[in-house]
Structures are given as C-alpha cells and as structure tokens.
Design a binder for this molecule. Structure first.
Ligand code: IDP
Ligand code: MG
Length: 136
C-alpha cells in the first residue's frame, strides 16, 4: 500500500553559507523526493525559539536558536513514500561524527550544532512544522 508523506526539511545556515543549497537539493531529488514548495528566508530569534520550543529546557537551546536565526536558511516541503523516516535516514545522525557514510550530515556536517540540515522527526511534527513555515 502506498504511503506518501510530506516532511519539512531545512538547509541550515552553515550549509547555505557554503553554497551547498543546490548540492543538497540534488541529493533529495536523486533519492526520489519531490520538493513541493521552498523558500529562502532568514528568521528572527523569537521565531527560532518557537520552532525549537520542544528543546527549551536543553542547555543548548539558546545557542541553537541564535544559530538558526544567524543567516539565511532554505525551508522545503519534501514529498515521497515514507518521507519522514526516509529523510531522517538520508540526513544521518544529529552528530555528524556518528552519521553513516552516504548521509548528508556525514558529507557536509561540521559539528553537532552546525549539522547542515533539519528534518521533521514524525508525521505529526511534520504537519506542525510545514504549517509553521508555509501556512499564511
Ligand atoms: P535532530 O536535528 O537530529 O532532530 P534534535 O535532538 O532534535 O536533533 O536537536 C535539534 C538540533 O539541536 C540538532 O540538529 C543540533 O543542531 C542541536 N543539538 C542537539 N543536541 C545538541 C547538543 O548536545 N549540543 C549542541 N547542539 C545540539
Ligand atoms: Mg529534531
């Protein structure tokens, strides 16, 4: 049975800054993801705080929100069969040092905070995150 899903992907400031936007989009397309919508934006720190609210008690929360709002990002709606898990697998582990060969974070990630991409972690959160950036 087919299970087409949508998920939210973000190309984070470290990757946009290194002009990796097109390379990363090509990786998604080559893996069969369709990019349904995309925009390059820079968000305010207060928006980053809302986006990452789930992490508000973590010691890295402030730095994380500073970082996500520090430069342009590319937010994209990706669609594919089982897109949420497929994107998480393609991204690789949060810490690029732990990411498997062939993943985006292994290839481009610099450190646990500058790990080049974000991806929704569940179908439910994907809907919330897509609405966050694309509902107007
Ligand atoms: P994820 O991006 O793989 O879903 P999360 O645990 O949701 O990882 O964390 C969100 C983001 O917060 C990560 O992508 C990473 O940039 C940052 N982060 C997570 N854990 C740490 C940490 O221990 N130190 C610094 N930054 C972290
Ligand atoms: Mg996460």
């Amino acid at each position: 049975m087919s299970n087409i899903e949508q998920t939210l992907s973000i190309i984070k400031p470290d990757a946009v800054e290194r002009n990796l936007e097109n390379d990363i989009k090509e990786i998604f397309k080559n893996k069969g993801f369709s990019i349904l919508n995309e925009k390059k934006i820079q968000i305010e720190k207060t928006e980053a705080e809302k986006f990452y609210k789930v992490h508000e008690t973590k010691p890295f929360y402030n730095d994380l929100c500073e970082y996500l709002s520090s430069g342009p990002i590319v937010v994209m709606i990706l669609e594919k069969e089982n897109a949420v898990l497929g994107n998480r697998e393609l991204m690789g582990a949060t810490n690029p040092q732990d990411a498997l060969e062939g993943t985006i974070r292994k290839k481009y990630g610099i450190s646990i905070d500058k790990n080049s991409v974000h991806g929704s972690d569940s179908v439910e959160n994907a809907k919330i995150e897509i609405d966050f950036f694309f509902k107007d």
